[in-house]
Design a protein around this ligand. Structure first.
Ligand code: APR
Ligand code: ZN
Ligand code: ZN
Length: 361
């Protein structure tokens, strides 16, 4: 028995994101239907709409979500009906070499729900990042659900499903920021802002925020930056060096995803420092670096995929810290909106005046 609910769908490149009726099948083996309570609006949703991720229209948008498990299919043991869960992009297999070596972040055989949600006429939907959570309900693989404490607000919990986790994870998991470190974060949107928060959490002594927008730098201070640099007005590399006793930062997080900011990150790190690329580049982008500088500066050049997170470890931990008052995830929720407001949220995102708009159902 399938059911019909409302969801936000884009039918063709640059067509408006519209609320329409979608059909959700009963969960099959290994699947779950989740009643969505909140879902953050992320740049990736906009990229789907613009055709920047693929052309498998129609897309069901939304992927930073939390909700309640409504039903589960055969053989599901990860979660049960009534559980409050945060969704992640992909369930891991638990069997491949990466999983067996304790690095499921790099699982070779991740999966989403095997059945398809559809439009009323039977057209199959492509759910954004295998989730599709701008909807009253969605169908996912049970392994995409991580049970967390139901005492936290869904708007806050959902953020861990993507950008905020990516940023916090870039600092604490990938960058391994430690007590007393100096950290520079280039790009202070939702992801960079979360990297600042993560660095503070990890005990960094100095957190230098770099952006081209003074409003973002102000937000960065509220999130824990100790120093700010507007790289339109100042040379970012020189400013970071100056603020770190001439050395450069122990960890530099690049949260823009552009060649020029990556180059800044490369030269702003201390000898033997770490550069973490968490901003997502486009396929045409190239950086050219003198190999002697790569050799001579040592350290580590890393990339951070989904904040190198393990949902089952990191989601409950971060929610715990939030509830204890040691991590303010609420600071990332700029506004809450309705299911019909996704287009408006895209426009505000474009204007750059929000960290996150969150659709609340
Ligand atoms: N130098 C410094 N900061 C810059 C520059 C630049 N040349 N260009 C843009 N920025 C800043 C913007 O002013 C903004 O504050 O980078 C920030 C980007 O933030 P958002 O647009 O909110 O993007 P966010 O959601 O944080 O994602 C950042 O990570 O996940 C990826 O696809 C995402 O590549 C994107 C990046
Ligand atoms: Zn996202
Ligand atoms: Zn695996």
């Amino acid at each position: 028995m399938s059911q019909q609910v409302r969801g936000v769908v884009v039918t063709a490149e640059d067509a408006p994101a519209e609320v329409t009726t979608i059909v959700i099948p009963d969960p099959g083996p290994g699947e779950a239907v989740v009643k969505i309570q909140a879902c953050g609006v992320c740049h990736t949703d906009l990229h789907y709409k613009q055709g920047g991720i693929g052309d498998e229209f129609p897309y069901l948008l939304g992927h930073e979500a939390a909700g309640i498990v409504e039903s589960v299919g055969e053989g599901v043991s990860e979660v049960g009906v009534g559980d409050f869960v945060v969704l992640n992009w992909r369930a891991v297999c638990g069997q491949c070499r990466a999983c067996r070596r304790g690095r499921p972040q790099y699982c070779f055989d991740t999966h989403n729900a095997r059945q398809k949600m559809t439009l009323e006429d039977g057209t199959e939907l492509s759910p954004a990042l295998g989730i599709g959570a701008f909807a009253e309900k969605t169908l996912v693989a049970a392994g995409q659900c991580t049970k967390v404490d139901p005492g936290v607000s869904p708007a806050v919990a959902g953020l861990l499903g993507c950008g905020v986790m990516a940023g916090i994870g870039a600092a604490i998991n990938t960058g391994q920021v430690g007590r007393g470190d100096s950290v520079a974060v280039i790009g202070c949107g939702g992801v960079g802002g979360a990297a600042i928060t993560g660095s503070r959490l990890a005990g960094a002594a100095r957190i230098i925020a770099v952006d081209i927008d003074d409003n973002k730098l102000q937000t960065a201070r509220a999130l824990g930056a100790t120093h700010t640099v507007n790289s339109r007005k100042q040379d970012a590399v020189e400013a970071i060096r100056e603020l770190t006793g001439g050395n450069g930062a122990d960890v530099v997080v690049e949260a823009v995803g552009r060649p020029e900011t990556y180059e800044q990150a490369f030269y702003a790190r201390d000898l033997a420092g770490t550069v973490v690329l968490v901003g997502v580049p486009t396929p045409d982008m190239r950086v050219e670096l003198p190999l002697l500088d790569v050799f001579g500066r040592g350290g580590a050049l890393k990339s951070s995929w989904y904040g190198d997170c393990l949902p089952s470890r990191d989601f409950p931990m971060l929610i715990d810290l939030h509830q204890q008052g040691r991590l303010d995830l609420g600071a990332f929720v700029t506004e809450t909106v309705g299911l019909g407001d996704v287009e408006k949220a895209f426009a505000r995102m474009h204007d750059g005046d929000v960290l996150r708009s969150v659709v609340v159902l």
